[in-house]
Design a binder for this molecule. Structure first.
Ligand SMILES: NC(=O)c1ccc[n+]([C@@H]2O[C@H](COP(=O)([O-])OP(=O)(O)OC[C@H]3O[C@@H](n4cnc5c(N)ncnc54)[C@H](OP(=O)(O)O)[C@@H]3O)[C@@H](O)[C@H]2O)c1
Length: 276
């Protein structure tokens, strides 16, 4: 397993995304993922499944220090007292002790960035998390937040797949020693997996289209991915990407697709994104 080393945080390059997993299915999928080798689990207060994620982790029996667990504070909770309360609630709900990483889920222009970044850093000072970071921050916000943070922001979790360039965000992350964790990394299982460039590479390597896409992501310096599946058989598929390499030509052809700039996640409260 590739590990991203970001300002001291050691983030396993493949993690399990858990958005929409719920109830006993979520418990079982998290436990199963850990049993077959996942060492990074991604949840959020907004997903409403932190309790089940924690239960799955305990069910797996894994030693706490073997696992990297991320949660997130929702964008309406970024004032200092709200952010601290949200972090405490997440830690209590997951029930495995301090988190490895706590992220601001989306920026909120109505709360001063400095207030939320200060409060985020306080969560680590208070022992609620080992590391802190952000999600959905465009490059200028990454620069601003990094400049004001009292401790390193170790990652920016953003949408990233072969149909969406994140060149500006990736450069910003590298400037500040941050990892980029790709969400919706297989384009939500949609058109990207049918593109001839992806399908032909899959045929050449005897891999699935999802494996080609995930491999393209994790071959990039400082990039990880958190694919989500509700199907136990796909858990192993999405992890089994460490026994082959894409050629330079394949990498270049997949990277060329990113100019399509087809963003899948763009809610009304999204920030002004970087242009490709
Ligand atoms: N920070 C944020 O704002 C943010 C936003 C969105 C997501 N996230 C995180 O990122 C995670 C992943 O993103 P996502 O759920 O949006 O999208 P994704 O992981 O790109 O795609 C999930 C979809 O792909 C399908 N799939 C999974 N493995 C597959 C495979 N090997 N072959 C074909 N299809 C496959 C799944 O269907 P089946 O279930 O049927 O397998 C599901 O419909 C989330 O769960 C969440 O943890 C964060």
């Amino acid at each position: 397993m590739k590990i991203i080393d970001a300002s001291g945080a050691k983030i396993p390059a493949i993690g399990l995304g858990t958005y929409t997993l719920e109830g006993q299915d979520c418990v079982d999928m998290v436990a199963r993922a850990i049993e077959i080798g996942y060492r990074h689990i991604d949840t959020a207060y907004m997903y409403g499944n932190e309790r089940e994620v924690g239960e799955g982790i305990r069910k797996s029996g894994i030693a706490r220090e073997e696992l990297f667990v991320t949660s997130k504070v929702w964008w309406t909770d970024l004032a200092e007292s709200d952010l601290l309360a949200s972090a405490r609630r997440s830690v209590e709900t997951i029930g495995i002790g301090a988190l490895d990483l706590l992220l601001i889920h989306w920026p909120n222009p109505d709360v001063a960035l400095e207030e939320s970044i200060d409060a985020l850093c306080m969560t680590a000072d208070q022992g609620l998390t080992q590391h802190v970071g952000v999600a959905n921050f465009p490059s200028t916000l990454v620069d601003e937040a990094s400049a004001m943070a009292a401790r390193p922001l170790v990652c920016n979790q953003v949408e990233y797949h072969p149909f969406l360039s994140q060149e500006a965000v990736l450069s910003a992350c590298r400037r500040h020693g941050m990892g980029l964790v790709a969400y919706s990394p297989i384009g939500r299982g949609g058109e990207v997996l049918n593109h001839p460039v992806i399908r032909e590479a899959a045929d050449r390597h005897g891999k699935s289209p999802a494996q080609i896409v995930l491999r393209w992501e994790i071959e990039q310096d400082g990039v990880g991915a958190i694919p989500r599946t509700s199907k136990p058989e796909r858990l192993a598929e999405n992890l089994d990407i460490f026994d082959f390499e894409l050629t330079d030509d394949e990498n270049a052809a997949i990277t060329a697709l990113t100019l399509r700039c087809e963003r899948l996640i763009n809610p009304s409260f999204a920030p002004h994104w970087d242009r490709a």
